[in-house]
Design a protein around this ligand. Structure first.
Ligand SMILES: [Zn+2]
Length: 220
């Protein structure tokens, strides 16, 4: 890919979006990030994202998306709703209807404003948590709709789409960012940075991937 392009990374300060940010910094000349404030359970998520953007020297745009909570209260935004996996084809309690539709649309409008053609998001279909808006077909379809809506030619990149969590750790490692991502990012639903609380679904997924990757690395 040509290294003379401008890009916007959808950035939450978690493992996936931080890995995407390191990836984007290799691929593009100029990178900015957009972080959405939607009354996350933990305000800390916004602070962590700010700190990482500062560490990596990229400009951060924080957009107020509190209307999401107004429309669709869920376990990511409300302390009184329990975080749990979906059972028997149900969506997990962490699902925020329309989240990626809105986030990617606003990220693309921002991209247009700052003259960027590329939007990067860490959504992933492999460790499919049941979120319909993390599917490849959805992102491609939205990309077409956004281009039609603005008569433009944006490209939405999903570098993690087909990776499992172990492969995402490998990607961070290949980008010389393994320790940084492991220590500085926040994935845990209980707001514990780095290796997390160890109890919530996000921590289970992250730790499983980390253990798989570390055992592969040992064998290699
Ligand atoms: Zn946790």
């Amino acid at each position: 890919m040509e290294k003379n392009k401008k890009a916007v990374v959808v950035f939450s300060g978690g493992q996936d979006s931080t890995t995407c940010l390191f990836w984007a910094l290799e691929q593009f000349d100029h990178v900015e990030v957009v972080t959405f404030d939607y009354n996350q359970r933990h305000k800390q998520e916004i602070e962590v994202a700010e700190e990482i953007a500062g560490d990596l020297g990229v400009r951060q745009h924080v957009l107020d998306m509190s209307l999401l909570n107004q429309l669709a209260p869920n376990a990511l935004t409300r302390d009184d709703i329990e975080v749990k996996d979906g059972e028997d084809g149900e969506l997990p309690s962490t699902f925020v209807p329309g989240r990626n539709l809105l986030f990617l649309s606003f990220a693309t409008i921002l991209a247009r404003q700052i003259g960027a053609k590329h939007i990067i998001t860490g959504v992933c279909e492999t460790d499919f948590s049941g979120y319909p808006d993390c599917r490849d077909v959805f992102v491609k379809s939205l990309n077409v709709s956004l281009n039609l809506s603005m008569d433009d030619d944006f490209v939405i990149h999903t570098p993690l789409m087909w990776l499992d969590k172990a492969q995402t750790w490998k990607m961070a490692d290949d980008l010389d960012a393994f320790s940084y991502v492991r220590e500085k990012t926040l994935t845990c639903y209980n707001g514990v940075r780095g290796d997390g609380c160890g109890e919530c679904p996000a921590c289970h997924l992250r730790r499983q991937g980390l253990e798989n990757y570390l055992s592969e690395r040992k064998e290699a």
